[in-house]
Design a protein around this ligand. Structure first.
Ligand code: FAD
Length: 405
């Protein structure tokens, strides 16, 4: 009998979790497993703000996929997926031949959502992958170096669009990195401006207000200026234009603009004609795409409703990994001829938002945390993600062990 072929697209949190669980649950005679990823490495998306600010190097936030997959069971294909033909059950790749599948897992992560704001896609950076993180880090360093030559003050202004999770974590890292850059490039610290522009009426919408207050006060002490309730209207080669009052606007000149305010699903979802909302698929309880019994969608490409508030859960690595675990066990059931698939129930273990290497805020198992305790917890969460995918060897190799900073 022909073995079923399982194709997993994306080796991020969701994809790698699926594959590393599948390789434990299925024998090599049960199914052919193929993993497709753009690069031969996985990067920790949740650490990209550190690589972008320059507090970690790009190599610290990535590891080789070959180190965590069992190559006797999983065939790794380094290629870019372009489109899925759900009728022909084929994936179109950039370089290789079309890849047919019996079961498909789409775990390709998200893409920046610019909400149609003019110029953002052209003039703002986004914290999306190792390459964009490297670009942001080097751009900021270039601005500091060039300021010493042309003395243009706007080179030392960094605008961060969005005071959500990613924006705040990036600001926290900048707070640690800028004093180092000032020292390296002989620049007075008060010449540097970091401005965070957020359209919503608060930073970190949805977070506990006391913790939000803690975070903004700490970042203000690190010289971050918050413009809350202020919408970015346009990004230009010189900086950004923000709304001021009813009909007025104001220009903020800045050498660096980083957009950290929105995520949508991978463009392949739209390109492949799969039913979606902003590129995200509202999945069935068993994580299959509506009407497609052989296609599972997980991570930032999926949309799961929090029934308690009837709103989607924000996309997180925590959800992506839990979904990966469930999809692996559902696929193992299908391969073994069972049809009673399990439903996804998100087990929210809490959220911790770092404010640099030495501070954080969070709610873990219902308990509020700040300062060193929260920062310790954040590093434990980072290490746990490594452990879940690559066990002790990966955790020892890539883990964060400066726990009590
Ligand atoms: P990803 O982990 O992003 O992986 C997608 C993979 O697909 C990548 O390997 C990519 O290279 C590959 N890929 C993409 N397109 C293609 C293609 N066309 N062909 C082949 N391969 C492709 N979440 C938390 O839970 N906690 C946090 O503290 C947290 N902090 C964050 C901080 C930052 C700076 C950012 C940006 C996000 C943070 N998140 C956090 C959110 C979290 O990172 C995402 O929700 C999570 O990465 C989604 O996992 P995923 O498996 O869907 O995609």
């Amino acid at each position: 009998m022909r073995k079923p072929k399982i194709v997993v697209l994306g080796a991020g949190y969701g994809g790698l979790m699926t594959v590393t669980r599948l390789q434990k649950q299925l024998g090599s005679n049960d199914a052919d497993i193929v993993l497709v990823n753009k690069n031969d490495y996985h990067y920790e998306t949740t650490w990209l703000h550190e690589a972008s600010a320059g507090t970690l190097t790009p190599d610290q936030v990535r590891y080789d996929i070959a180190n965590v997959i069992d190559r006797s069971k999983v065939d790794f294909v380094k290629d870019t997926a372009l489109k899925v033909d759900t009728e022909a059950k084929k994936v179109q790749l950039e370089k290789g031949d079309d890849l047919s599948y019996d079961y498909l897992v789409i775990a390709l992560g998200g893409a920046p959502e610019t909400f149609g704001i003019k110029g953002l896609d052209k003039y703002a950076f986004s914290i999306t992958n190792v390459n964009t993180a490297r670009q942001i880090r080097e751009h900021i360093e270039y601005q500091f170096a060039t300021y010493k030559v042309d003395q243009k003050p706007e080179r030392l202004t960094i605008v961060v669009g969005g005071a959500g999770f990613t924006g705040i974590e990036f600001l926290g890292e900048l707070g640690n990195r800028i004093p180092e850059l000032c020292k390296e490039y002989d620049i007075e610290k008060d010449m540097v401006k970091v401005i965070c522009v957020e359209a919503a009426p608060t930073a970190l919408p949805g977070f506990d207000p006391e913790l939000v207050e803690y975070a903004t006060a700490l970042l203000e002490r690190k010289n971050v200026e918050f413009r809350i309730g202020t919408a970015i209207k346009e990004a230009t080669p010189e900086g950004i234009v923000v709304a001021k009052g009813e009909d007025d606007t104001e220009e903020i000149k800045a050498g660096t603009v980083v957009w950290a305010a929105g995520v949508r699903g991978n463009p392949i979802i739209v390109e492949s004609g799969i039913e979606n909302m902003r590129g995200r698929v509202k999945v069935e309880p068993d994580l299959r795409a509506p009407g497609l019994s052989d296609v599972f969608v997980i991570g930032d490409c999926s949309l799961v409703i929090n029934e308690e508030i009837n709103r989607p859960y924000p996309p997180t690595a925590q959800i992506a990994m839990q979904q990966g675990e469930l999809v692996a066990s559902n696929l193992a059931k299908l391969v073994n001829g069972k049809t009673n698939l399990d439903s996804f129930n998100f087990d929210n273990k809490g959220t911790v938002c770092s404010l640099g290497d030495d501070d954080a805020i969070g709610v873990v198992f219902g308990k509020k945390l700040t300062g060193t305790k929260a920062s310790f917890m954040k590093k434990m969460i980072d290490n746990r993600a490594l452990y879940m995918i690559g066990g002790i060897p990966l955790t020892v190799k890539k883990g964060k062990f400066n726990l009590l900073k």
